[in-house]
Design a protein around this ligand. Structure first.
Ligand code: SAM
Length: 286
């Protein structure tokens, strides 16, 4: 075909526009960087270079996936979260910007409140974006990841190897249904972004989420039953004075406030996200 990078860029950008893909230019840039192994600025500094037929085939296959609705993060295998690149695949939820807000809140509070090193547990860890980021940003002694999905835990482990070069000895992985767990060693802090999409909401989700992201990571079929046991278990694994942080569906705030209180938690605080929705909860085991 002998197209230059610049010419091919226009062809593929127009291809995405024809299929009404949002942010066609940005998506084209991300997929070009991935296929041609370039930094974003190199797309322009190398624009006159001719693309090899092998690279052109790679570009075609990535753009075909995009047209079919694959989330870009699954095509590139990466997602930026809190300024670090996390490996992702179809077995883990793609880290969301709201979860970065949860991390900011935890860092802000913890830096003020705690001086000693913390034992932290990330429940439903998925890619490990929460636990790994907190490990790198706070004074963490031991970090435990739990997920019901073995494949998700594998991605988490790869992210630990990629992003936490030292101290990996202080990290453990548990593959289990958190609801069935009985014995825990005590932790200072528990963090979770559990599944929280309700069945009716699931049907309304964007195709790129509904058709590609793991249902186990998103859907909660019976929130009252699920979170009752979930919160009782979190309560029993925390030390006295331990803190629990949680991301949630705004529609479930009142249910969760009640269930947390029934489980024995105090000082329940609700925080809004940047879209002014009640999204995060902090509570304490006194
Ligand atoms: C919303 S995703 C969150 C993933 C990651 N923490 C994040 O914020 O991107 C929820 C995760 O919880 C896991 N999960 C769902 N039910 C679980 C259970 N009963 N026990 C343990 N993990 C569970 C799912 O496999 C999924 O990885």
């Amino acid at each position: 075909m002998n197209l230059t990078i610049k010419e091919a860029f226009t062809v593929f950008e127009n291809y995405l526009k024809d299929y009404k893909i949002e942010n066609a230019r940005l998506e084209t840039r991300i997929l070009f960087c991935r296929a041609l192994n370039l930094l974003p600025t190199q797309i322009f500094t190398k624009e006159k270079e001719v693309i090899s037929s092998r690279d052109y085939r790679t570009l075609k296959s990535l753009f075909k996936k995009k047209i079919k609705g694959y989330p870009t993060a699954y095509i590139t295998g990466e997602k930026e979260f809190f300024s670090r690149n996390f490996l992702v695949n179809k077995n883990v939820l793609i880290p969301r910007p709201e979860t970065e807000e949860l991390i900011e809140w935890i860092i802000y509070n913890t830096s003020k409140e705690k001086k000693e090193k913390l034992d932290l547990i990330d429940i439903g860890c998925g890619s490990g974006c929460i636990g790994i980021t907190l490990f790198l940003e706070l004074n963490i002694n031991c970090l435990t990841f739990i997920d019901i999905s073995r494949k998700a835990l594998k991605v988490c482990q790869k992210n630990v190897e990629k992003l936490i070069l030292n101290d990996a000895a202080n990290i453990e992985y548990i593959k289990n249904n958190f609801l069935n767990m009985k014995d825990f060693r005590p932790f200072d802090m528990a963090v979770s972004n559990p599944p929280y999409v309700l069945i009716d909401e699931f049907k309304q989700l964007d195709k790129s989420v509904k058709d590609f992201e793991p249902k186990k990571g998103l859907l909660v079929k019976n929130p009252e039953v699920f979170f009752k046991t979930f919160f009782q278990n979190v309560f029993s694994l925390l030390k006295g004075g331990g803190t629990f942080y949680l991301e949630t569906n705004p529609l479930l705030i009142e249910l969760k406030r009640n269930l947390l209180s029934e489980a024995g938690f105090s000082d329940i605080e609700i925080k809004k996200d940047l879209s002014e929705k009640n999204r995060f909860i902090k509570c304490v085991k006194k």
